[in-house]
Design a protein around this ligand. Structure first.
Ligand code: 13P
Length: 256
Protein backbone atom coordinates (compact mmCIF):
# COMPACT_ATOMS: atom_id res chain seq x y z
CA UNK A 1 0.00 0.00 0.00
CA UNK A 2 1.27 3.49 -0.80
CA UNK A 3 1.00 6.15 1.92
CA UNK A 4 -2.78 6.22 2.46
CA UNK A 5 -4.63 9.43 1.79
CA UNK A 6 -7.82 10.36 3.64
CA UNK A 7 -9.94 13.21 2.34
CA UNK A 8 -12.86 14.51 4.40
CA UNK A 9 -15.47 16.36 2.36
CA UNK A 10 -17.76 18.14 4.80
CA UNK A 11 -20.06 19.40 2.02
CA UNK A 12 -22.45 22.08 3.40
CA UNK A 13 -21.85 21.26 7.06
CA UNK A 14 -20.24 23.06 10.01
CA UNK A 15 -20.06 26.68 11.07
CA UNK A 16 -16.80 28.33 12.15
CA UNK A 17 -17.57 27.46 15.77
CA UNK A 18 -18.40 23.85 14.94
CA UNK A 19 -15.15 23.65 12.98
CA UNK A 20 -13.19 24.83 16.03
CA UNK A 21 -14.79 22.19 18.21
CA UNK A 22 -14.05 19.53 15.58
CA UNK A 23 -10.36 20.40 15.32
CA UNK A 24 -9.91 20.30 19.09
CA UNK A 25 -11.46 16.82 19.15
CA UNK A 26 -9.34 15.86 16.14
CA UNK A 27 -6.11 16.90 17.86
CA UNK A 28 -6.92 14.74 20.87
CA UNK A 29 -7.82 11.69 18.80
CA UNK A 30 -4.91 12.02 16.35
CA UNK A 31 -2.46 12.20 19.24
CA UNK A 32 -3.55 8.66 20.18
CA UNK A 33 -2.40 7.27 16.81
CA UNK A 34 1.08 5.71 16.79
CA UNK A 35 2.36 7.35 13.60
CA UNK A 36 1.65 9.95 10.98
CA UNK A 37 2.32 7.76 7.97
CA UNK A 38 -0.75 8.99 6.16
CA UNK A 39 -2.10 12.16 4.55
CA UNK A 40 -5.20 13.84 5.89
CA UNK A 41 -6.96 16.52 3.88
CA UNK A 42 -10.11 18.22 5.14
CA UNK A 43 -12.50 20.20 2.95
CA UNK A 44 -14.60 22.54 5.12
CA UNK A 45 -17.11 25.01 3.65
CA UNK A 46 -15.56 28.28 2.41
CA UNK A 47 -16.47 30.30 5.50
CA UNK A 48 -14.56 27.99 7.83
CA UNK A 49 -11.38 27.55 5.77
CA UNK A 50 -9.37 30.49 7.12
CA UNK A 51 -10.07 29.84 10.79
CA UNK A 52 -9.41 26.13 10.21
CA UNK A 53 -6.05 27.03 8.73
CA UNK A 54 -5.17 29.24 11.71
CA UNK A 55 -6.15 26.46 14.07
CA UNK A 56 -4.12 23.84 12.18
CA UNK A 57 -1.05 26.05 12.62
CA UNK A 58 -1.77 26.81 16.26
CA UNK A 59 -2.34 23.15 17.15
CA UNK A 60 0.39 21.81 14.78
CA UNK A 61 -2.13 19.41 13.29
CA UNK A 62 -0.99 17.04 10.51
CA UNK A 63 -3.86 18.23 8.31
CA UNK A 64 -4.04 20.01 4.96
CA UNK A 65 -7.02 21.88 3.64
CA UNK A 66 -9.07 21.60 0.48
CA UNK A 67 -11.88 23.73 -0.87
CA UNK A 68 -14.93 22.01 -2.31
CA UNK A 69 -15.05 24.11 -5.49
CA UNK A 70 -13.80 27.37 -7.08
CA UNK A 71 -14.09 29.42 -10.26
CA UNK A 72 -11.54 28.96 -13.04
CA UNK A 73 -11.23 32.69 -13.77
CA UNK A 74 -8.61 34.54 -11.74
CA UNK A 75 -11.01 37.36 -10.82
CA UNK A 76 -13.91 39.33 -12.25
CA UNK A 77 -17.63 40.01 -12.14
CA UNK A 78 -18.74 36.53 -11.02
CA UNK A 79 -21.12 37.12 -8.14
CA UNK A 80 -20.97 34.41 -5.54
CA UNK A 81 -17.78 32.81 -6.83
CA UNK A 82 -14.37 32.21 -5.23
CA UNK A 83 -10.97 32.30 -6.95
CA UNK A 84 -7.94 30.06 -6.54
CA UNK A 85 -5.93 33.01 -5.18
CA UNK A 86 -8.52 33.53 -2.43
CA UNK A 87 -8.33 29.84 -1.54
CA UNK A 88 -4.54 29.82 -1.41
CA UNK A 89 -4.55 32.89 0.82
CA UNK A 90 -7.14 31.33 3.13
CA UNK A 91 -4.87 28.30 3.59
CA UNK A 92 -5.92 25.69 1.02
CA UNK A 93 -3.44 23.39 -0.64
CA UNK A 94 -6.05 21.33 -2.52
CA UNK A 95 -9.38 21.82 -4.27
CA UNK A 96 -12.07 19.27 -5.08
CA UNK A 97 -13.22 19.61 -8.68
CA UNK A 98 -16.24 18.09 -10.45
CA UNK A 99 -17.90 16.51 -7.45
CA UNK A 100 -21.07 14.77 -8.65
CA UNK A 101 -23.20 17.08 -6.49
CA UNK A 102 -21.74 20.03 -8.39
CA UNK A 103 -22.31 18.25 -11.70
CA UNK A 104 -25.91 17.33 -10.75
CA UNK A 105 -27.12 20.49 -8.99
CA UNK A 106 -24.86 23.29 -10.24
CA UNK A 107 -24.26 22.62 -13.91
CA UNK A 108 -20.62 21.50 -13.68
CA UNK A 109 -19.59 19.82 -16.94
CA UNK A 110 -16.57 17.85 -18.11
CA UNK A 111 -15.49 21.02 -19.88
CA UNK A 112 -15.63 23.26 -16.79
CA UNK A 113 -13.89 20.53 -14.81
CA UNK A 114 -11.06 20.64 -17.36
CA UNK A 115 -10.76 24.43 -17.09
CA UNK A 116 -10.77 24.24 -13.30
CA UNK A 117 -8.14 21.52 -13.26
CA UNK A 118 -5.78 23.69 -15.31
CA UNK A 119 -6.57 26.86 -13.32
CA UNK A 120 -5.99 25.02 -10.04
CA UNK A 121 -2.60 23.71 -11.10
CA UNK A 122 -1.53 27.06 -12.53
CA UNK A 123 -2.21 28.68 -9.18
CA UNK A 124 -0.50 25.98 -7.12
CA UNK A 125 -3.60 24.19 -5.81
CA UNK A 126 -3.59 20.42 -6.13
CA UNK A 127 -6.82 19.30 -7.83
CA UNK A 128 -8.85 16.36 -6.58
CA UNK A 129 -10.83 15.51 -9.70
CA UNK A 130 -14.02 13.52 -9.11
CA UNK A 131 -15.35 11.04 -11.64
CA UNK A 132 -18.03 8.37 -11.48
CA UNK A 133 -21.04 6.83 -13.16
CA UNK A 134 -24.74 7.05 -12.29
CA UNK A 135 -26.83 3.99 -11.42
CA UNK A 136 -28.38 4.05 -14.90
CA UNK A 137 -25.01 4.27 -16.62
CA UNK A 138 -23.80 1.38 -14.52
CA UNK A 139 -26.83 -0.76 -15.42
CA UNK A 140 -26.22 0.01 -19.08
CA UNK A 141 -22.60 -1.16 -18.78
CA UNK A 142 -21.24 2.32 -19.44
CA UNK A 143 -19.15 2.75 -16.29
CA UNK A 144 -15.75 2.70 -17.96
CA UNK A 145 -16.72 4.78 -20.98
CA UNK A 146 -18.26 7.47 -18.74
CA UNK A 147 -15.19 7.63 -16.52
CA UNK A 148 -12.84 7.61 -19.47
CA UNK A 149 -14.63 10.58 -21.04
CA UNK A 150 -14.57 12.48 -17.74
CA UNK A 151 -10.85 11.90 -17.38
CA UNK A 152 -10.01 12.72 -20.97
CA UNK A 153 -11.75 16.08 -20.71
CA UNK A 154 -10.40 16.88 -17.26
CA UNK A 155 -6.85 16.04 -18.28
CA UNK A 156 -6.85 17.08 -21.95
CA UNK A 157 -3.96 19.42 -21.15
CA UNK A 158 -1.19 17.12 -19.94
CA UNK A 159 1.75 19.50 -19.69
CA UNK A 160 0.93 20.65 -16.18
CA UNK A 161 2.16 17.78 -14.09
CA UNK A 162 -0.84 15.47 -14.17
CA UNK A 163 0.79 13.22 -11.58
CA UNK A 164 0.43 15.92 -8.97
CA UNK A 165 -3.36 15.69 -9.18
CA UNK A 166 -5.59 13.25 -7.36
CA UNK A 167 -8.52 11.44 -8.92
CA UNK A 168 -11.50 10.38 -6.82
CA UNK A 169 -13.70 7.63 -8.19
CA UNK A 170 -17.14 8.20 -6.68
CA UNK A 171 -19.98 6.18 -8.23
CA UNK A 172 -23.06 8.41 -7.85
CA UNK A 173 -25.24 5.58 -6.57
CA UNK A 174 -22.83 4.94 -3.67
CA UNK A 175 -22.73 8.53 -2.41
CA UNK A 176 -24.72 8.98 0.80
CA UNK A 177 -26.68 5.79 0.10
CA UNK A 178 -24.97 3.31 2.42
CA UNK A 179 -24.42 1.13 -0.66
CA UNK A 180 -20.88 0.39 -1.76
CA UNK A 181 -19.37 -1.53 -4.62
CA UNK A 182 -17.16 -4.52 -3.84
CA UNK A 183 -13.63 -3.34 -3.02
CA UNK A 184 -12.30 -5.73 -5.65
CA UNK A 185 -14.55 -4.12 -8.28
CA UNK A 186 -13.36 -0.66 -7.27
CA UNK A 187 -9.80 -1.93 -7.52
CA UNK A 188 -10.41 -3.05 -11.14
CA UNK A 189 -11.86 0.35 -12.03
CA UNK A 190 -8.90 2.13 -10.43
CA UNK A 191 -6.59 -0.09 -12.44
CA UNK A 192 -8.44 0.93 -15.61
CA UNK A 193 -8.17 4.60 -14.61
CA UNK A 194 -4.41 4.20 -14.10
CA UNK A 195 -4.35 2.53 -17.53
CA UNK A 196 -6.07 5.55 -19.15
CA UNK A 197 -3.34 7.78 -17.80
CA UNK A 198 -0.62 5.44 -18.92
CA UNK A 199 -1.84 4.75 -22.43
CA UNK A 200 -4.56 7.11 -23.65
CA UNK A 201 -3.09 10.26 -22.23
CA UNK A 202 0.50 9.13 -22.83
CA UNK A 203 1.55 10.63 -19.55
CA UNK A 204 3.87 7.78 -18.61
CA UNK A 205 4.01 5.81 -15.41
CA UNK A 206 5.33 8.63 -13.26
CA UNK A 207 2.34 10.78 -14.11
CA UNK A 208 -0.40 8.56 -12.69
CA UNK A 209 -2.33 10.47 -10.02
CA UNK A 210 -3.19 8.90 -6.70
CA UNK A 211 -6.66 7.39 -7.09
CA UNK A 212 -9.13 7.59 -4.20
CA UNK A 213 -12.46 5.85 -3.72
CA UNK A 214 -15.51 7.70 -2.37
CA UNK A 215 -19.11 6.70 -1.65
CA UNK A 216 -20.44 5.57 1.75
CA UNK A 217 -16.95 4.96 3.15
CA UNK A 218 -16.97 4.56 6.93
CA UNK A 219 -14.88 3.22 9.80
CA UNK A 220 -16.22 -0.31 9.23
CA UNK A 221 -15.54 -0.68 5.52
CA UNK A 222 -12.53 1.56 4.88
CA UNK A 223 -9.88 -1.07 5.68
CA UNK A 224 -11.31 -3.47 3.08
CA UNK A 225 -11.05 -0.77 0.40
CA UNK A 226 -7.55 0.21 1.46
CA UNK A 227 -6.31 -3.40 1.25
CA UNK A 228 -6.72 -3.25 -2.53
CA UNK A 229 -3.49 -2.42 -4.36
CA UNK A 230 -4.91 0.25 -6.66
CA UNK A 231 -6.89 2.15 -4.01
CA UNK A 232 -4.58 4.88 -2.72
CA UNK A 233 -7.02 6.59 -0.39
CA UNK A 234 -10.62 7.50 0.30
CA UNK A 235 -12.88 10.52 0.02
CA UNK A 236 -15.42 10.41 2.83
CA UNK A 237 -18.50 12.57 3.27
CA UNK A 238 -20.93 11.72 6.07
CA UNK A 239 -18.50 9.62 8.12
CA UNK A 240 -15.96 12.45 8.18
CA UNK A 241 -18.28 14.85 9.99
CA UNK A 242 -17.28 13.34 13.32
CA UNK A 243 -13.61 13.78 14.28
CA UNK A 244 -13.80 10.55 16.27
CA UNK A 245 -15.11 8.56 13.32
CA UNK A 246 -12.57 10.09 10.97
CA UNK A 247 -9.72 9.03 13.26
CA UNK A 248 -11.27 5.58 13.68
CA UNK A 249 -11.16 5.30 9.89
CA UNK A 250 -7.47 6.20 9.81
CA UNK A 251 -6.74 3.87 12.73
CA UNK A 252 -8.47 0.92 11.09
CA UNK A 253 -6.17 1.31 8.08
CA UNK A 254 -2.84 2.17 9.67
CA UNK A 255 -2.92 0.04 12.84
CA UNK A 256 -2.63 -3.67 12.22
P1 13P B 1 -20.61 9.89 1.61
O1 13P B 1 -19.34 9.38 2.24
O2 13P B 1 -21.50 10.63 2.55
O3 13P B 1 -21.29 8.82 0.82
O4 13P B 1 -20.13 11.00 0.55
C1 13P B 1 -19.16 10.68 -0.37
C2 13P B 1 -18.76 11.91 -1.08
O5 13P B 1 -19.50 12.45 -1.87
C3 13P B 1 -17.46 12.48 -0.73
O6 13P B 1 -17.09 13.48 -1.63
Amino acid sequence: MTRPCFVANWKMHKTIEETRTYFIALQKKLSELPSQAWDLIIAPPYTAIFSASEQIKALSLPVQLAAQNFHFEAEGAYTGEISSKMLCEAGCQYVIIGHSERRTYFGETNQTVGRKRIAAQQSGLIPIVCVGESAKEREEGKTLSVIKRQIEEAFAETTLGVGLSLVAYEPLWAIGSGKTPMPSDVNKIHQEIAGFFESTLETGKKEIPRILYGGSVNEKNVAAFMKEPHIDGVLAGGASLSAETLVQMIASVVIH
